[in-house]
Design a protein around this ligand. Structure first.
Ligand code: PLP
Length: 466
């Protein structure tokens, strides 16, 4: 491996990082005695650190992002060509890649029509919330302003988005939060017994969990509830797939009470689950779809809030109101690198058949995780959709009590020491960060899936026997 030309001595970089970089979601105390890990290069699904060690990246850049893999020269070329031609102009004005990507995206989203650009998933969600609030103001005199979110779901880090977050550990110490966000119970069949609804499973549980949303709407007053935001598959809250019966009932409830349905596809969006979007597995007709990570696979910062023509129309129906348009701007949504990268990213997914590969390799990964469940008593539940998979670790299967976080992290560290980067739900719910996360790039091969599963197998054996 060759180091980038500007690095004379890897120690300089490590010390500069240790001295000056504040890493996200990281407790820095250990860095006083342990070197921070610096990743320097990536090719396909492999990355190398500054010491030259090679890893299989089974989490697409750590946070479900690099869907088409590392080192894509065609994306770099597309971005370079676009930046030289026109790098930026305010997104109050049009650009060629923004128009072309919007058209291409909407062609994959029947029923949707308009794309509002920003730079991060949090911002995309905030845009949907602001649109819902403005509709409440314009159509319902401000009454229908509440936005429901689900326990265990995550929607972003900015204060508005965090106000809609169902993860205590993310929120602790950052309050007070924005008013008008109300939590609904989670839908997590594996822990159904904790919800006091009796011994329900499958479709009956799915319908019951959705009914719980209706109960909150009725408690709050339907005339006050304007929106509901949900992840199609809960990501950081535990890789939780919904049981049958959940989504049809959710849709029914939203229609009944005139609640706008906002699907947060920041993780699922663009291929991760084996369909273009997670919601497309469930026949949902959303009012808003937000996405970010996989939109350009991390080659540029881009997010979008996509909505219907019906919603768009609500913002231009009263020419006498000077405030009758959506008043939001995000400077870097005008950077053309985002849509240029996104266009090429989408072409790659289509031309290389990556949705098909995602489905096939996802099935293989799930089968591998099921085998681990047979071999290790600590694997309580395995869940997944496409290449978006998780294995929940428990102390014993009867109680389903979470394996202590230190042991979960020891499994992650053991895999890392053996050349495979996996993830675990991280700092989301106190005592509940016990699900291993697997989400390799959609180009992963059968051999690589075997290597990932075998490495976890050995790690579980080592950690749980020690
Ligand atoms: N929504 C979901 C489901 C996420 O997982 C995340 C980030 O992990 C976000 C929103 C926020 O995205 P960003 O970090 O780009 O602001």
């Amino acid at each position: 491996m060759t180091l980038p030309f500007h690095v004379n001595d890897p120690r300089d970089v490590i010390e500069a990082d240790r001295a000056h970089v504040w890493h996200h979601m990281v407790q820095h105390k250990p860095f006083e005695t342990v070197d921070p890990r610096i990743i320097t290069e990536g090719r396909g699904i492999r990355v190398w650190d500054i010491s030259g060690r090679e890893y299989i990246d089974a989490v697409s850049g750590g946070v479900w992002t690099v869907n088409v893999g590392y080192g894509r020269e065609s994306i770099a070329d597309a971005v370079r060509d676009q930046l030289v031609k026109l790098n930026f102009f305010s997104s109050s004005t049009g650009s060629i890649p923004a128009a072309q990507f919007a058209e291409k995206l909407i062609a994959r989203m029947p029923g949707m029509s308009r794309v509002f650009y920003a730079s991060s998933g949090s911002e995309a969600n905030e845009n949907a919330y602001k649109m819902i609030r403005q509709i409440a103001e314009k159509r319902h005199g401000g009454r229908k302003h509440k936005i429901l979110y689900r326990a265990r779901d995550y929607h972003g880090t900015t204060l508005g988005a965090l106000s809609s977050c169902g993860q205590e550990e993310r929120k602790a110490q950052y309050g007070p939060f924005a008013p008008g966000f109300v939590e609904v119970p989670h839908c997590n069949e594996y822990h159904a017994a904790e919800q006091g609804w009796g011994a329900l499973s499958g479709e009956a549980y799915g319908r019951r969990a959705a009914d719980a949303i209706e109960e909150v709407i009725l408690r709050e007053g339907p005339e006050t509830v304007g929106g509901l935001v949900l992840e199609p598959v809960t990501a950081g809250g535990g890789v939780i797939t919904p049981p049958p019966g959940y989504w049809p009932r959710v849709q029914e409830i939203c229609r009944k009470y005139d609640v706008l349905l906002h699907i947060d596809e920041v993780v699922c969006g663009l291929g991760r689950t084996g369909e273009w979007f997670g919601y497309q597995h469930y026949g949902i007709e959303p009012d808003f779809v937000t996405m970010a990570k996989g939109v350009a696979s991390g080659y540029a910062a881009i997010s979008v809030c996509v909505t219907t023509e019906r919603v768009f129309e609500m913002f231009k129906d009263d020419a006498t109101d000077p405030l009758n348009y959506y008043r939001s701007i995000s400077t870097f949504a005008g950077c053309t690198a985002g849509p240029a990268a996104a266009l090429e990213n989408m072409r790659i997914i289509e031309d290389e058949g990556l949705l098909e590969n995602c489905r096939a390799r996802g099935a293989q990964l799930m089968a591998g995780l099921e085998r681990l469940k047979e071999r290790h008593a600590c694997v309580g539940d395995v869940r997944g959709l496409g290449l978006f998979c998780g294995a929940e670790l428990v102390t014993d299967r009867a109680s389903r009590s979470p394996l202590p976080e230190l042991q979960v992290q020891a499994v992650v560290a053991d895999c890392m020491a053996n050349g495979v980067i996996i993830g675990a739900t991280n700092r989301s719910l106190p005592g509940r960060n016990n699900t291993l996360c697997l989400s390799p790039a959609l180009i992963v091969t059968a051999d690589e899936i075997d290597r990932i599963v075998d490495t976890i197998d050995a790690a579980l054996a080592r950690v749980l026997s020690s």
